[in-house]
Design a protein around this ligand. Structure first.
Ligand SMILES: Cc1ncc(COP(=O)(O)O)c(C=O)c1O
Length: 351
């Protein structure tokens, strides 16, 4: 299965009136981060950035309550997935499915064979099945809350981390956790498990996808191994300055989390009235819609053409089938536009 993503560039950008296909902080980037860019662009543009991202690491250490030597900073979390795969995806890798496709692609590019462990019909993670499949493998990827399904599986994931042999390297992707209802990060497990890398990003939580700044937290030894693969100046100066400013604004994330919770309930309630689809319960800033008939690529294209609203066709997620699209939870005004567009698609059948 080809790995692909949402976002306006996944289609003809000119046709998109509202992008509900990529799921980032509905409030956008914090004003403080935008102002930091505006203030420092003239000074930073001609300068090489700090190749070690020292100020950003200090800000992250304070934000997370960890030490700076536990942090690796990448050009987005995506870069760190590829470092991890190059280092550890030697022969065999286990990935629950469906999930974010870059784990699979990075592992395959590194030469590993991927075994998928299917999620249950209700998208729950089967910890025992993952533990059994992970026996003797080089690497395991986990995602909490999972993309595209949106559910937290913290207890099952904790069990997997605790029971899997510590010769298996584990990447736990928590890129969406700061916008999830329950703040159930397993970050602190890196102190007890030196085979664990927790992946995070400023992309989703601080609405900074275009700037490209992601990071991981692990033992200092693993952080050093990951960072050893970076090209010099991998994170540009404006992203570093904006990141430092954003991390000082925790209220921005808290505000977004409260908005997501309220607006997701609104979307769920309104979309549950439609005849043609069923919303799936989610703990995250996005939710799946199961189409009762037709396929998701066709649905996405028709919705775009008719209304200019772009949703994420989930048929490109391994193991997902062709019955689901994913929508981002946005501001109330934008969510209303999405509801109207989906009601229109429902062919006037909304109750
Ligand atoms: C689960 C997950 N992890 C990581 C990423 C990549 O994040 P970044 O923008 O920081 O590279 C994405 C992007 O969609 C994602 O869905």
């Amino acid at each position: 299965m080809a790995c692909s993503h949402g976002g306006v560039y996944s289609v003809d950008p000119k046709m998109v009136r509202l992008d509900c296909s990529s799921s980032v902080n509905p409030l956008g980037a914090p004003g403080k981060a935008v102002r930091a860019i505006e203030r420092s662009a003239g000074e930073l543009a001609p300068m090489y950035p700090d190749p070690e991202c020292r100020d950003l690491k200090k800000g992250l250490a304070r934000y997370l309550g960890v030490n700076t030597d536990q942090i690796a900073v990448g050009n987005g979390a995506a870069e760190i997935i590829y470092w991890f795969a190059r280092l550890f995806a030697k022969r065999r890798v286990v990935i629950p499915a469906p999930t974010f496709c870059e784990y699979e692609l990075a592992s395959q590019k590194a030469g590993a064979v991927v075994t998928f462990v299917p999620l249950a019909v209700d998208f729950a993670l089967d910890a025992d099945a993952v533990i059994a499949s992970a026996k003797g493998v080089d690497a395991l990827f986990l995602c909490n809350p999972n993309n595209p399904t949106g559910m937290l599986a913290t207890r099952a994931i904790k069990k997997v981390i605790e029971d899997v042999d510590n010769t298996t390297k584990i990447m736990l992707d928590e890129c969406f956790i700061e916008l999830a209802d329950r703040q159930e990060t397993l970050l602190k497990l890196v102190d007890r498990h030196d085979n664990l890398v927790v992946l995070r990003s400023l992309t989703k939580s601080f609405g900074m996808a275009g700037l490209r700044a992601g990071y991981s937290v692990s033992s200092p030894a693993l952080a050093g191994q990951l960072s050893s693969l970076k090209v010099p100046w991998n994170v540009n100066g404006l992203a570093q300055a904006a990141g430092v400013a954003a991390l000082a604004d925790r209220r921005h994330v808290a505000k977004a989390r409260a908005l997501v919770k309220k607006e997701r309930a609104f979307l769920y309630e309104r979309l549950n009235r439609l005849e043609s689809l069923v919303p799936v319960r989610s703990d995250a800033n996005y939710l799946l819609l199961r189409l009762k008939s037709g396929d998701s690529t066709h649905f996405r294209d028709r919705l775009m053409k008719k209304t200019g609203v772009l949703v994420r066709d989930c048929s490109t997620f391994t193991g997902m089938g062709s019955q689901h699209v994913r929508i981002a939870v946005k501001t109330h005004k934008e969510n209303m536009m999405l509801v109207k567009a989906l009601e229109e698609m429902d062919n006037g059948k909304a109750r």
